[in-house]
Design a protein around this ligand. Structure first.
Ligand SMILES: Nc1ncnc2c1ncn2[C@@H]1O[C@H](COP(=O)(O)OP(=O)(O)OP(=O)(O)O)[C@@H](O)[C@H]1O
Length: 527
């Protein structure tokens, strides 16, 4: 019974509930109907309003439409922009992930190279590396020797003093060991001194292989070089202009069988000045050859590289931008241009006993400053393009051996020269080309050693300084100097400078007299 009661009451409750819902629904429907009616009424009222403002109403309507359209467009524009940005962000992220994945895969697939023997080199080369005290390959050597041995063209960028010479010399010597042919490889360099130095590296690395090499540079007798070329060297190291002279004038000499072309300081060689000579050389060597381009400031701009006609080159970039080495301390001193010499003498006094290269913008400056310092008792020697080749070699040798402690040089010594004992580089003049700054200061702090550079910055050099700082991506800190001490040096420096100017004039007149009718001023060698 109680069950029956409870059933009825439940049914009752359900009926009540349904009624309530229906009522609610009805009231909602009624409400909706009411709203509709109100809206219709409003519309009718709007239409039946006096015609006074018809035109303006129409205008209003079109204006409203326009505004709405504009808002829509604006909204659409914002949405599109956001979507575009999101898409780009996504693509960038995907690209980055893909690159990282690829790099990781490459790294995993790369053999772990820790010593020269991991590079599969012939015993003669391994022994030579040992003799040179090369304990393990440098990063540029690790990255570029394997693809070079596989027969690829190479574009190599690595900081100054990082062992780029051996990075291209080793794979060439290994290939030569198997090929054993004359005129096998030709290395081009922008300066004579650098060409001599590269020859030394080849000779040292190829000492156990019976390597025949020769150096073909301007300023040396053509006849002697022709005799060298007739001895059928395996490797020729040359400055472009003099090589062209021989290709055009030395009977029986050609590079038709050349298999390797190397451009050291390639970005410099691919500049316009060297253009005609490089083009001539490229015309007479086989198209089917390997080409290596190396520099600390190597361009990857295709239009510049086109001249070298590379085939699918492997790019080996040890640094992703032009940079100076971490072991180099870079400083600058802001000084009035009228007191530059006094500041220089102060710096030389402060660094007495150290091995220093002072870079100047012109040959006359190098000559004059060197004479100034000598008259004040410093052990200085100039190196520039207005000296004879014998004087140039003599100056470099005296500096290398420590017989002279201060070398006053133009940019003829900026690139490539490897003088292990240089403690300090002074930029007496700020270079106009930022890349030249990187090469100049790179004459110290080489092969992991420490070093220092100080640049004298006058009121006229601020823009050049900013450009250099932006290229090397760092702000160069100021060097602390004792301005009072500098002032006390001023008078004696000025007197000695007057004397140096007179002597430089004598030097230049003498030179003009001697070289009358001859080609002069080989600042950098096209010849
Ligand atoms: N694996 C190595 N281990 C130790 N020293 C090395 C090694 N390879 C090269 N060197 C030495 O490092 C010094 C710098 O080498 P190199 O002159 O080839 O540098 P670079 O990269 O060509 O510099 P730059 O850009 O100034 O021309 C040289 O004295 C060279 O003998």
């Amino acid at each position: 019974m109680s069950l029956a009661v409870s059933r009825i009451s439940k049914k009752d409750r359900n009926v009540k509930k349904t009624k309530k819902i229906r009522r609610n629904n009805e009231s909602v429907l009624e409400l909706a109907e009411k709203i509709k009616k109100n809206y219709r009424k409003k519309q009718e009222k709007k239409q039946s309003e006096p015609h006074l403002g018809t035109i303006s109403n129409e205008n209003n309507d079109t204006n409203k439409d326009k505004i709405k359209q504009k808002q829509k467009q604006k909204h659409k524009g914002v949405v599109e922009k956001v979507e575009k940005e999101e898409k780009e962000e996504k693509e960038e992220k995907e690209e980055k992930e893909e690159k990282e994945e690829k790099e990781e895969k490459e790294n995993n697939s790369k053999p772990n190279i820790e010593s020269f023997s991991d590079l599969n080199l012939i015993p003669e080369l391994l022994e030579a590396c040992e003799k040179l005290n090369f304990k393990k390959p440098t990063p540029i050597q690790i990255e570029s020797i394997p693809p070079a041995l596989e027969g690829n063209d190479i574009i190599g960028l690595a900081q100054t003093g990082s062992g780029k010479t051996a990075a291209f010399a080793i794979p060439i010597l290994q290939a030569l060991w198997h090929a054993r042919t004359s005129y096998f490889a030709c290395v081009l360099a922008p300066t004579r001194e650098l060409a001599f130095q590269i020859k030394e590296t080849f000779d040292a690395l190829g000492s156990d292989m019976g390597l025949r090499s020769c150096c073909i540079v301007g300023g040396m007798p053509m006849v002697d070089q022709s005799i060298q070329l007739m001895k059928k060297p395996h490797v020729i190291i040359a400055t472009p202009g003099r090589l062209v002279d021989h290709l055009e004038n030395t009977k029986g000499f050609s590079l038709k069988s050349l298999q390797y072309l190397i451009m050291d300081e390639a970005d410099r060689l691919l500049e316009l000045e060297f253009g005609p000579a490089i083009d001539t050389i490229l015309r007479v060597i086989p198209n089917k050859r390997r080409t290596f381009l190396f520099s600390a400031t190597m361009t990857t701009k295709l239009e510049k590289l086109q001249r070298a006609s590379l085939h699918n080159p492997v790019k080996v970039m040890i640094s992703d931008k032009y940079s100076t080495v971490d072991t180099l301390i870079q400083r600058l001193i802001i000084c009035p241009s009228s007191q530059k010499n006094t500041y220089l003498i102060y710096l030389l006094n402060e660094n007495i006993g150290k091995s220093i290269i002072v870079f100047t913008r012109t040959c006359a400056h190098a000559q004059r400053s060197s004479l100034l310092c000598r008259s004040l008792g410093f052990s200085a020697i100039p190196l520039h393009g207005q000296l004879t080749q014998t004087q140039r070699i003599g100056a470099l040798n005296k500096f290398k051996s420590g017989a002279k402690l201060i070398l006053f040089a133009t940019d003829v010594a900026a690139r490539g020269l490897d003088i292990p004992l240089v403690d300090l580089v002074i930029n007496y003049d700020i270079p106009t080309d930022s890349k030249a700054y990187i090469h100049r200061v790179g004459r110290t702090a080489r092969a992991g050693k420490s070093g220092k550079s100080i640049s004298l910055v006058t009121q006229y050099d601020i823009e050049l300084l900013h450009r250099i700082e932006s290229v090397i991506d760092m702000k160069i800190p100021k060097e602390d100097v004792d301005r009072d001490a500098i002032l006390t040096l001023h008078d004696s420096t000025e007197r000695a400078y007057g004397d140096a100017i007179r002597k430089t004039r004598e030097f230049q007149e003498n030179r003009r007299f001697k070289s009358k009718g001859r080609r002069t001023n080989n600042e950098e060698d096209k010849g």
